[in-house]
Design a protein around this ligand. Structure first.
Ligand code: PXP
Length: 239
């Protein structure tokens, strides 16, 4: 079954808006795990506007499911943070400084040399590596050449077209990319803009989908439905 990793950046943004410790990220991560999530994802950015580097050390102490740290590996501070915390997985995302949210995958061909090198840094430290990519066959092939364990398919285009009612067109490039990844022996994760409406169709149609990482929509739903109920509703979509 596909694993659900909950991205808790939004909770950190809410906490930071008041300068106190409410909501408490440690409690939230423990609760999310207790409610059935299979992992916790954090995406520290250099400006620390949501997850702080210090949060990662505290979360590492209590996360008992899969801990996934995603971010821009061209920042040495990020590399050091990941190595120091030994998460289950690091997801390499090419986001620029101050970017609102991730909006493209790595060009695994243009940056082949760099990626190969950084993948081996993390793998030598015993950390599973995933590279965030657009659903493009050449990018999957390029990812394979870096030695990464997995790719994370960037699902924003799927979510957008799904919402416009074009399910089949939306999913087609993801099926092709996933089929190629399976053929090459790469694990498949996915994330960005997945929600309670589009998740089931995605997970049912993507062969070998190992994990989805979901933040924004899940936390928004939790405002209306409660965190416990929401985590369980998302898990149900993946059955
Ligand atoms: N995957 C990556 C690489 C991301 O950067 C994000 C957003 O931080 C997500 C998944 C989760 O996206 P969303 O918040 O839209 O669920």
């Amino acid at each position: 079954m596909t694993k659900l990793s909950v991205n808790i950046n939004k909770l950190a943004t809410l906490r930071n808006s008041r300068g106190s410790n409410n909501p408490n990220l440690i409690k939230a991560a423990k609760d999310i795990e207790r409610f059935g999530a299979d992992g916790i994802t954090v995406h520290p950015r250099p400006d620390e506007r949501h997850i702080r580097y210090s949060d990662v050390y505290e979360l590492k102490k209590i996360v008992t499911t899969e801990f996934n740290i995603e971010g821009n590996c061209t920042e040495q501070k990020f590399v050091d943070l990941v190595i120091a915390n030994q998460p289950t997985q690091v997801t390499l995302v090419p986001d620029a400084l101050g970017q609102l949210t991730s909006n493209h995958g790595w060009n695994t061909i243009e940056h082949a040399g760099y990626l190969k090198n950084i993948v081996s840094v993390f793998k030598n430290a015993g950390i599973r590596v995933s590279i965030f990519v657009d659903p493009v066959i050449e990018m999957i092939e390029g990812a394979k050449a870096t030695g990464t364990d997995r790719v994370e398919l960037y699902t924003e285009s799927y979510a957008k077209q799904f919402a416009e009612g074009n399910k089949q067109t939306a999913i087609a490039p993801f099926i092709a990319a996933a089929t190629k990844a399976n053929e090459l022996g790469l694990g498949i994760n996915a994330g960005h803009d997945l929600d309670l409406q589009n998740l089931k169709y995605f997970s049912e149609n993507i062969p070998g989908l190992l994990e989805v990482s979901i933040g924004h929509a899940l936390i928004c739903d939790a405002v209306n439905l409660g965190l416990e109920n929401t985590v369980q509703l998302y898990k149900r979509q993946l059955k």
